[in-house]
Design a protein around this ligand. Structure first.
Ligand SMILES: [Zn+2]
Ligand SMILES: [Zn+2]
Length: 240
């Protein structure tokens, strides 16, 4: 009976056009995704922001509480703010396994990355192998691949996640740092990072603790600079 029901559900999927994952409007494409109106809400972050980490409206453009403790050589950019459609998009990519949603992430990020950074190599933030097996793929690698195609940049899995880390959700800044400290190690392709400006790709950044922990082994491997490149930035925390 279950098999018949799931077969029925698949037939319905085939016969009905997919709906926008955020607002429910009918889509013209064949795969789950977003309508043009929802995609248009993925707006760039305010240009009035920290020059180093992109956090909008910091106390001063030269120093902000978010990036003050980051390793020397790390800066960051993000495509859009983590709310509304961006949240729905990340959930669809990560938890529903719709890898093609990496494409709108890359479209949203491309402009922010073609600025003064001159990135030469993209490195995704890795998942721990157990998490990767569970999810079937690394969403950051999917975004890096889409970005690499768009910007004509090579992608390398230059990092490994040495130990599993718990979710950063709900943790304060110090706890986030402690949770990911020392979690990343260089993998053999890290030698390609030597002398390069590396774009460190992830789906969402908050305090930047994960970017900071993952940037360290890249910088120790000789990367000239690391630019944290995330699809979305969650920053309500910064103004609490
Ligand atoms: Zn929509
Ligand atoms: Zn900053």
């Amino acid at each position: 009976m279950d098999r018949i029901a799931s077969l029925g559900a698949r037939l319905v999927d085939l016969l009905l056009p997919p709906l926008c994952l955020h607002c429910g409007a009918a889509l013209s494409g064949a795969r789950p995704g977003f309508c043009p109106g929802c995609l248009a809400t993925l707006a760039p972050l305010s240009p009035v922001a920290c020059r180093r980490c992109g956090l909008p409206r910091p106390g001063s453009p030269d120093s902000c509480g978010r990036c003050g403790g980051w390793p020397e050589g790390l800066s960051a950019v993000a495509g859009t703010r983590y709310r509304g459609v961006a949240r729905t998009l990340v959930a669809g990519l990560k938890y529903s396994g719709w890898r093609h949603l990496a494409e709108p992430c890359a479209v949203t990020m491309a402009d922010a990355l073609t600025g003064p950074a001159r990135i030469e190599l993209l490195v995704p933030v890795p998942l721990h192998p157990a998490r990767r097996r569970e999810r079937g793929f690394n969403q950051s690698r999917a975004i890096a691949d889409a970005l690499g195609r768009r910007l004509d940049l090579p992608v390398e899995d230059a990092l490994v996640r040495e130990r599993p880390t718990t979710s950063q959700v709900g943790l304060g800044r110090a706890a986030r740092r402690a949770n990911v400290a020392g979690a990343f190690l260089p993998a053999p392709p890290a030698r390609r990072a030597a002398g390069a400006v590396v774009g460190l790709v992830d789906d969402v950044a908050t305090s930047g603790a994960t970017l900071a922990a993952a940037a360290e082994p890249l910088l120790e491997s000789g990367a000239r600079a690391v630019v944290g490149a995330t699809f979305a930035l969650a920053f309500e925390f910064a103004y609490r």
